[in-house]
Design a protein around this ligand. Structure first.
Ligand SMILES: [Zn+2]
Length: 209
């Protein structure tokens, strides 16, 4: 029998264990750079040479109590076709890489620090936290976490009937956007990447970003 569990990063409540919720065919393949870094982190894993990572909108069906960054079956004795991890698509490449390292840790058979079961007793331990730490090899991925189009979409969600223009402030890490309406005053927003995805925050009148 395979011991399977849905495994969730950044859960806000006890983790539900229902592997049937994980659709290992969902989404799109993640960039090769992420997959190679995450595989290399767990060389002892039976999935080390076969694990794949897919980017999805929702790694698990959303509930009121948690918001999943990723999901994967719990190893270590998975058949090759189950060596698949899901990672939330809206994360920056660097953060998606951290989450992929976490999920491939589950494929290797490791559990969260507050759960009973195998846990890495080395520098990888922080990666198995519900909200994983930063993996050094992922830090080298210097892709900008936000595109202008993503920033505009984030503002459109909170200001749907306005014309939106955004400029980057910190080389793609941060955007300042203006949402115009023909008959109302312009509202300014900042947009940055959070673990929940791009987030638009309204600036008060006269407030500096
Ligand atoms: Zn997890």
């Amino acid at each position: 029998m395979l011991a399977l569990a849905s495994v969730i990063a950044a859960s806000l409540s006890p983790v539900p264990h229902d592997a049937a919720q994980i659709d290992l065919t969902a989404g799109q393949p993640a960039p090769r750079s992420i997959v190679e870094i995450a595989r290399a982190a767990w060389p002892e894993s039976p999935c080390a040479s076969t694990a794949s990572v897919r980017l999805v909108d929702e790694p698990l069906p959303p509930t009121d109590t948690f918001w999943a960054l990723g999901a994967a079956p719990l190893g270590p004795n998975l058949p090759p076709q189950m060596c698949v991890a899901l990672v939330r698509r809206t994360l920056s490449l660097r953060r998606a890489c951290d989450v992929a390292v976490h999920e491939l840790g589950h494929l290797a058979g490791y559990v969260h620090p507050d759960e009973a079961g195998p846990q890495p007793d080395d520098a990888r331990a922080p990666m198995m936290a519900h909200n994983p730490g930063s993996w050094p090899a992922c830090d080298a991925l210097d892709e900008k976490p936000l595109t202008r189009a993503t920033a505009i979409r984030a503002v459109r969600r909170v200001a749907p009937r306005r014309t939106i223009a955004c400029v980057t402030i910190k080389d793609g890490w941060y955007y300042l956007c203006r949402a115009r309406h023909p008959s109302r005053r312009t509202i300014r927003y900042t947009v940055e990447v959070t673990d929940e995805g791009p987030r638009a925050v309204k600036l008060a009148r006269g407030e500096r970003p």
